[in-house]
Design a protein around this ligand. Structure first.
Ligand SMILES: [Fe+2]
Length: 274
């Protein structure tokens, strides 16, 4: 059964490229407003948008600082344009951090201006062709007392003799949350990574989907519908998972309420102190 709009829960997206003009996502404030309105129409109520922070290409701390300031300035321009307009989700700023190893991620772990909208969580990608397990990155983030969301593990190419699901389980056992792209469930990334669709569904079966994100790159790219993913999951009897991955867990991360990582993230009641 397909949910009608008035029945939809308030989706929360922690992965998109809608800060105008800073990466390969939206190119202008107008394009971002149009994309945000589209997301609102299909049920998104909170969008933390995450420009690429390509650490291996930033040679110094000063360069990292300049890049983050560049993101912030463009984000504030977008936020100002959103003010007073109905039919848009609440927006926040984060980053999708490219960090293939512990040394790289260590460069930003103590920065308060890095993370998903001021929370301790970082959205991290390892690069599409994995070079080993990258478990050192997860360990380094956890050691620093921060949380890690691994972006689209269904889209990676895994090294020979590495079972993708086994690797995902190991990342999760170390404390990472796994974020699947909404478009993977309908096969939108088949051209880029043919196995991404089947892997996304195997992750569903194995209980490895913590979050679903749009990875929206502006109006040029399709396959970014949270509602399409929600409907597909509901049609396969996975409504509880769909609501956990599109509403509850990303909402808890965005509100800074997620206090325990691992197989079953615990959500703290707002106001309760742990
Ligand atoms: Fe992304």
């Amino acid at each position: 059964m397909t949910a009608t709009r008035h029945e939809l829960p308030p989706f929360v997206d922690l992965h998109s490229h809608l800060v105008p003009g800073v990466d390969d996502g939206s190119e202008s404030v107008e394009e971002s407003l149009e994309c945000l309105a589209g997301l609102y129409d299909e049920g998104l109520r909170t969008v933390i948008t995450t420009p690429h922070l390509l650490l291996p290409r930033l040679g110094s701390d000063a360069e990292v600082g300049r890049e983050l300031a560049f993101h912030r300035l463009a984000f504030h321009q977008l936020a100002a344009a959103c003010q007073g307009r109905p039919g848009l989700p609440a927006i926040g700023l984060g980053q999708e951090i490219w960090a293939p190893d512990a040394t790289t991620i260590r460069r930003v772990l103590r920065r308060s201006d890095v993370g998903l909208d001021g929370t301790r969580f970082l959205l991290v990608e390892f690069g599409f062709d994995l070079l080993g397990t990258h478990e050192d990155v997860v360990r380094e983030v956890m050691r620093a007392g921060r949380g890690i969301v691994i972006a689209h593990p269904e889209r990676y190419r895994y090294p020979l003799r590495t079972g993708p699901l086994d690797q995902m389980r190991r990342w999760r056992d170390l404390g990472a949350l796994l974020q699947v792209n909404a478009g993977s469930f309908a096969g939108h990334y088949r051209a880029h990574r043919p196995e991404s669709e089947s892997l996304a569904w195997e992750m569903v079966q194995e209980g490895l989907v913590d979050l679903i994100g749009t990875d929206h790159h502006g109006s040029r790219r399709d396959g970014v519908s949270a509602l399409e993913a929600y409907d597909l999951l509901v049609s396969r009897g996975e409504q509880a998972l769909a609501e956990r991955a599109l509403v509850e867990t990303p909402g808890a991360v965005a509100r800074g309420e997620l206090v325990s990582l691992g197989r079953r993230p615990e959500v703290r009641t707002p106001g309760a102190d742990a």
